[in-house]
Design a binder for this molecule. Structure first.
Ligand code: AHR
Length: 505
């Protein structure tokens, strides 16, 4: 099969914000305990954080880090996690049927995030709590001093404010699984009133209202509209969460997940515009895709969740430690491409999550840490896609999908790095069995391919190949040898079911 990519050099879509490459650490499963933090581990630093995991976090190239939940935050009392460790209470976390020791809290996490070069995006509990606690946490975190709460922070060892700019107003409040689940009216009012008070405490913050948990929620659309009607004047971003999985062997639809995300983003953008216009508000509200990934959620709900929730209460049990395949890596790469394509509307995005829990990085207690297949497209994109997204169009054969109809076999995004004139092509071949020959017309100034890498089934493996504890480097980016650039025309043969990155000087 053959496809052509046209690059519209004079049509920038948007500057790429660093915040597109965010991630997420929740107090859930082994994300914190035996994930980023394990005092007895041979690589642990004096604070108990694992240096091997930290090294991989840096290599991943994430920017913003959402914390401390997720569903966890809707039952969380932030005061439990600050102050002398020996006096911190051990609590039941009913969101994940676990025991939370509060050994790691805001102070420890902030220090780790600083070391990792990550900006904290802090979520407040709007499940069981409300205005007072959210404002109190903000004052504790950001007020310089001279008040009881800010002085408590200083007494707890942090003289300077944490200076947290990004604040999530609760998490997935549209979901019946959420502690303190609310109707759109109930949540919209609470988010608006909490947000207003928080901005009175610190006007420099940015607020993210919780949108839908997924595009199949029965309330999707009306939820956004109602929440925005209450809060549009106060908030700066509205979230959407999006998880994808292959179901019933329908790999064609799974590989087209990026099309689903494009449409989901487009729908939320339309609702934002409508409410802003109706209310005559001269402002922009960004879309914060603050949880996205591949997650085999149906397996979790049907197979893993019942025994977890019917069993005993344990500290950091193994929860949703999905092992990712080549196919999953290609989908993660193409979801990132969807985020880039929509960079004019998406103000922030967080790969959910970072370590062990549906994560690009895995670690074993008292054992090694390694990169899952999905680590690679994220790290390569985060390192290279740092300029402006250009409009591009494809002429491609299509594949029929049960979920999204006819979809191009070629998925492509083009980034121009104005600083050094580099062009970056991100390319996916959605054909599961056949290579795709592509041609791309480039400006004549483009003279050399500086790097071309691809992720696909390894020699002797299959699309199900994964990186495991025993064999952590089964799936790694390999050179895309077929690339040629002659007189401004680039040609390449994209392997079946592959994600590729081509950098052109
Ligand atoms: O990331 C795992 C969970 O997925 C989060 O806790 C929740 O917000 C979402 O449903």
């Amino acid at each position: 099969a053959k496809a052509h990519l046209r690059v519209h050099l004079d049509e920038p879509v948007a500057r790429i914000t660093d915040r597109l490459f965010g991630s997420f650490v929740e107090h859930m499963g082994r994300a914190v305990y035996t994930g980023i933090y394990e005092p007895g581990h041979p690589t642990a630093n004096t604070q108990g954080f694992r240096a091997d995991v930290l090294e991989l976090v840096r290599e991943l190239g994430a920017s913003v880090i959402r914390y401390p939940g997720g569903n966890f935050v809707s039952g969380f009392r932030w005061e439990d996690s600050v102050g002398p460790r020996e006096s911190r209470p051990v609590r039941l976390d009913v969101a994940w049927h676990s025991v939370e020791t509060n050994e790691v809290g805001l102070h420890e996490f902030a220090e780790w995030a600083d070391d990792a070069g990550l900006e904290i995006m802090q979520a407040v509990n709007l499940g069981t709590r409300g205005i007072e606690d959210a404002a109190a946490l903000l004052e504790y975190s950001n007020h310089p001093g001279g008040t009881a709460r800010s002085d408590a922070r200083r007494a707890n060892g942090r003289e300077e404010p944490f200076g947290i700019t990004l604040w999530c107003l609760g998490n997935e409040m549209d979901g019946p699984w959420q502690i303190g689940h609310k109707t759109a009216d109930e949540y919209g009012r609470l988010a608006a009133e909490t947000g207003r008070v928080m901005k009175w405490v610190d006007p420099s913050i940015e607020l993210v209202a919780a949108g839908s948990s997924n595009a199949d929620m029965p309330t999707f659309g009306s939820w956004e509209r109602t929440v925005l009607e209450h809060s549009a004047d106060v908030i700066d971003h509205i979230s959407l969460h999006a998880y994808y999985e292959e179901t019933g062997g329908d790999v064609a639809s799974f590989l087209a997940s990026g099309v689903g995300l494009d449409r989901y983003i487009g729908s939320v953008a339309a609702i934002i515009d409508e409410v802003l216009a109706e209310q005559g508000l001269e402002k922009t509200i960004g879309i914060s895709v603050d949880e996205w990934n591949v997650w085999y959620q149906s397996r979790f709900n049907e197979v893993d969740k019942p025994p977890l929730f019917d069993g005993g209460w344990n500290e950091h049990p193994r929860i949703i430690e999905d092992e990712y395949s080549v196919t999953d890596a290609v989908v993660v790469g193409s979801l990132l491409m969807s985020l880039l394509r929509n960079a004019d509307r998406v103000s922030m995005a967080n790969l959910a999550q970072l370590v062990n829990v549906i994560a690009p990085i895995r670690s074993e207690p008292d054992g090694p840490a390694w990169r899952q297949t999905t680590f690679h497209p994220f790290a390569l994109t985060a390192a290279a896609a740092r300029g402006t997204v250009l409009r591009s169009t494809v002429e491609s054969p299509v594949v029929d999908t049960a979920r999204y109809g006819a979809v191009d076999l070629l998925d492509a995004v083009v980034v121009s790095n104005a600083d050094d004139g580099e062009l970056v092509l991100l390319l996916v071949n959605r054909d599961v069995t056949t290579p795709l020959s592509i041609t791309v017309d480039l400006p004549v100034a483009a003279t050399a391919v500086s790097d071309a890498l691809s992720i696909h089934a390894p020699e002797g493996g299959s699309r199900f190949s994964a990186n495991t504890l025993a064999d952590p480097d089964t799936v790694v980016p390999v050179p895309l040898d077929s690339v040629a650039l002659v007189d401004g025309r680039l040609t390449a043969e994209l392997p079946p079911l592959s994600w590729s990155i081509v950098r052109i000087a």
